[in-house]
Design a protein around this ligand. Structure first.
Ligand code: BES
Ligand code: MN
Ligand code: ZN
Length: 517
């Protein structure tokens, strides 16, 4: 997998030796050190920068840099420094209050710090990062790994279709970073996990960014099938196989497309034999034109990202398999293209889902729930999961409710909802639980069939969730509406990509914390 930066761990001594030989080719000209409030450094970093100390302090005073978390200072040609560029990354005060009245906890967001640092180091540069913390700031066993993960994700760029590469990065090759530590060997395993997780998130981002003329359902299925190399069992159901199972809800959505529909089943069996798996289901509408209920032209191009749920599930399965998680996990991708056509499904059509329940199609643009209905029935029928989590760019209404900060969480099970919320808080992907109840469920009753596929203008995200709930029976289930977080993501310290790969780290963390061992 192509990651646009190389990170390498080295003991302090080796890194220091590297800095002291500027005549050698590939010599790192950039040195990064972490500082707490009032420019306090770790002991080792302090000694490496000792001769430059007076100059750095003067530069910091002149720039009013105090080492606050989220700030940094770049000092060029500091006399006495072992590198021609020194970057001080502020971590803040440690365990004291940061000044806003709240008792703040010590700095712990090494993931974000990694992204910020990579941005400062910049394209093509070679750098040594002294991973030495001021005394007031504790390191976790995976701090260096989180730092590196943040860096890798920061520098990811989807420029596959740019024929003229103009950026510095493209001319100068990947950024090369030596992370200097007291004992690199002790964190080796966390680094390996982080590199797999970076690849997993990058895989999901690329799938979201790819246009639908390239990423058709069969092409998506082909790319997902590559997880076989990691020991994932892959099964691809084509239209004929799905028709035999009675998946008329899913197939109805794809029937206006030339591309063909697929259901992909990814199985990782790293847990106890026979133990019920946790299941992830992803909406994979590779392009959502709306169908006969066609969408307006403005921003319709964004609907190439309507498969972000399936991308997140694919990425999560990659991460889980690559680190050989001790858990049984099933991922299901419902892959279709929603197009208007002479053969397309129309408003008023009634289809029978795999569950046997009938659905009146009142709006062909409410297609995601139709795809998920059959995918949920399939995974619950065939794999009897202990819990199911679906991810879907399901409703524009969730963007109105929550914007792009939080994803909407809907669940029939408080424990599962709680686990997801905690996993999200842990890794920085935020979920907000939304209400459900019989009064909402009623809104999707139909005059002609068991249900209709939209519930009118009110509470659009909630009636969509109720539609899904009618297909999960008593299985603990959670639905994540990621229409706001899965695509068109605002850039951040750790993401500059349109598709952020939202959900990959969340699901990986969920499995780590609750379904392993
Ligand atoms: N894929 C869209 C939802 C969406 C909108 C995702 C904006 C990302 C950004 C979904 O299939 C859809 O069209 N939903 C309709 C439902 C309506 C017809 C009940 C919507 O939200 O308008
Ligand atoms: Mn739609
Ligand atoms: Zn859609």
């Amino acid at each position: 997998m192509l990651v646009n930066a190389k990170y390498e761990l080295q003991p302090f001594d080796a890194a220091e030796a590297l800095l002291r030989h500027p005549e050698e080719e590939g010599h790192p000209r950039t040195l990064v050190a972490f500082v707490g409030r009032d420019l306090v450094m770790g002991e080792r970093a302090g000694s490496i920068l000792m001769d430059a100390d007076a100059h750095l302090k003067r530069a910091a005073a002149a720039a009013k840099f105090k080492g606050k978390s989220g700030t940094s200072l770049e000092v060029l040609a500091a006399p006495g420094a072992p590198a021609s560029r020194v970057i001080l990354m502020g971590l803040g005060k440690g365990d004291e209050s940061e000044g806003d009245g709240e008792a703040s906890k010590p700095f712990d967001d090494f993931f974000t710090l990694g992204g910020q640092t990579a941005a400062k180091i910049g394209p093509g540069a070679r750098a040594v990062v002294l991973f030495d913390l001021p005394e007031s700031i504790p390191a976790a066993h995976d701090s260096a790994a989180q730092f590196t993960l943040g860096g890798w994700l920061r520098v990811y760029k989807f420029d596959h279709y740019k024929t003229k590469k103009k950026d510095e990065a493209d001319r100068e090759g990947p950024m090369e970073v030596v992370v200097a530590l007291a004992d690199p060997e002790s964190v080796g395993a966390t680094m390996a996990d982080a590199s797999h997780l970076a690849e997993a998130v990058i895989l999901a981002r690329t799938l979201v960014n790819e246009p639908a003329n390239v990423l058709t359902p069969p092409e998506f299925a082909r790319r997902a099938s590559e997880l076989m190399k990691l020991g994932v069992e892959v099964e691809v159901l084509d239209e004929k196989a799905m028709a035999e199972l009675g998946m008329r809800a899913l197939l109805g959505v794809g029937q206006g497309s030339e591309a063909g529909s697929r259901l992909v089943v990814l199985r990782w069996s790293g847990g106890a034999e026979g133990a019920a798996p946790v299941a992830f289901v992803g909406k994979g509408v590779v392009f959502d034109s709306g169908g006969i209920s066609i969408k307006p032209a403005a921003s319709m191009e964004d609907m190439k990202g309507d498969m972000a749920g399936a991308a997140a599930v694919t990425g999560a399965m990659y991460a889980i398999a690559a680190r050989k998680a001790k858990a049984n996990v099933v991922g299901v991708l419902g892959l279709v293209e929603n197009m208007p056509d002479g053969k397309a499904q129309r408003p008023g059509d009634i289809v029978k889902s795999m569950s046997g329940q009938t659905i009146e199609i009142v709006n062909t643009d409410a297609e995601g729930r139709l795809v998920l209905a059959d995918a949920l029935t399939y995974v619950i029928d065939k794999h009897k999961p202990a819990a199911v989590v679906d991810l879907a760019t399901l409703t524009g209404a969730i963007l109105i409710a929550l914007g792009q900060e939080y994803c909407g969480l809907f669940s029939n099970n408080d424990e599962l909802a709680d686990r997801l919320t905690k996993a999200g808080t842990h890794i920085g992907e935020k979920l907000w639980r939304m209400p459900m109840g019989p009064a909402y469920d009623k809104l999707i009753d139909s005059k002609f069939a068991d249900m209709k596929n939209t519930g009118g203008r009110h509470a659009g995200s909630i009636t969509a969730a109720h539609f899904l709930q009618r297909f999960v029976g008593k299985t603990p289930w959670a639905h994540l509406d990621i229409a706001g977080t899965g695509m068109g993501s605002p850039t951040s310290d750790t993401n500059q990509s349109w598709g952020a790969g939202w959900g990959v780290r969340l699901l990986d963390r969920l499995v780590r914390d609750y379904y392993e061992g």
